[in-house]
Design a protein around this ligand. Structure first.
Ligand SMILES: Nc1nc2c(ncn2[C@@H]2O[C@H](COP(=O)(O)OP(=O)(O)OP(=O)(O)O)[C@@H](O)[C@H]2O)c(=O)[nH]1
Ligand SMILES: C=C(OP(=O)(O)O)C(=O)O
Length: 232
């Protein structure tokens, strides 16, 4: 059955793109072994998906990936997946998001569509709910990341508004320049995407989800301080 057809219009379809694990998190290469990086990507994905699943405003989650291990994790987490399109071109991340948003199952005319980063280990479902509620007042909106330059989430709520993803360097400015509204809100977990060692320290200090906590323990990653927020 196509559950999207019966979804109340306000429940969102979350799209999470995850690239081939062999090419992932290169900015952590100087600090982590390849297998540690891979396991960290998967742990952060598990925590991101688990949090998104607890958001009342989320109706469906789809992981888009060319990687069979990521597919297996998506299935374990109980969410859908799509392969990368055959020819993503020279802007693969935005191409895969555009293709996923155009997929018949995405039903952008019936639901909000969210392109969400998959490396948000401190995400809370309540933060995503709050962002989705705030986004209802805007055809196309973003949650700027903790650095102020990237995009943690791109949300389209109106049938007429296309996703028009512009992820990559300075994506916040590029999304704002193409008409998106920056949502204001105290959502530290939603804004904290992890790409660098400093980001990982920040996540460890804020309080990540259980899969990331376990992976940090295995790696022996110490942020030097106890988490400031208890993960719930
Ligand atoms: N499915 C899919 N996801 C992608 C692709 N390129 C990037 N992504 C995902 O988009 C998000 C941002 O990508 P990047 O910042 O380029 O890569 P990263 O692995 O997070 O970090 P770096 O390797 O350090 O740049 C990550 O979750 C990636 O996994 C792609 O070609 N296909
Ligand atoms: C792709 C992006 O994020 P990052 O490179 O920080 O993962 C972005 O913010 O557009």
């Amino acid at each position: 059955m196509d559950t999207a057809l019966h979804m109340p219009p306000h429940r969102a379809h979350v799209l999470i793109a995850v690239k081939d694990l062999g090419r992932a998190k290169t900015r952590l290469a100087s600090r982590l072994l390849p297998t540690q990086r891979t396991d960290l990507v998967l742990a952060m994905l598990r925590d991101t998906v688990a949090a998104a699943r607890t958001a009342a405003a989320v109706g469906e989650i789809t992981v888009i990936t060319p990687d069979p291990t990521v597919v297996a994790v998506a299935e374990e987490c109980g969410v859908g997946w799509l392969p990368d399109p055959q020819s993503p071109g020279d802007d693969p991340l935005n191409a895969v998001l555009r293709a996923a948003a155009a997929h018949p199952g995405a039903r952008p005319g019936r639901t909000a569509v969210v392109a969400l980063q998959g490396d948000l280990p401190c995400l809370l479902g309540s933060e995503l709910d709050a962002a989705l509620a705030a986004a209802r007042n805007h055809p196309r909106a973003i949650v700027v990341d903790h650095h102020g330059t990237g995009t943690a989430a791109l949300i389209v709520g109106e049938p007429a508004a296309g996703l028009d993803p512009r992820f990559g360097p300075d994506s916040a400015a590029r999304h704002l320049g193409s008409g998106a509204t920056a949502l204001t809100g105290d959502w530290p977990g939603l804004r904290l995407d992890v790409d660098t060692a400093a980001d990982l320290d920040a996540a460890a200090a804020l309080g990540p989800g259980p899969a990331t906590v376990e992976q940090l323990r295995r790696i022996g990653w110490h942020s030097g301080a106890a988490p400031t927020r208890k993960f719930t």
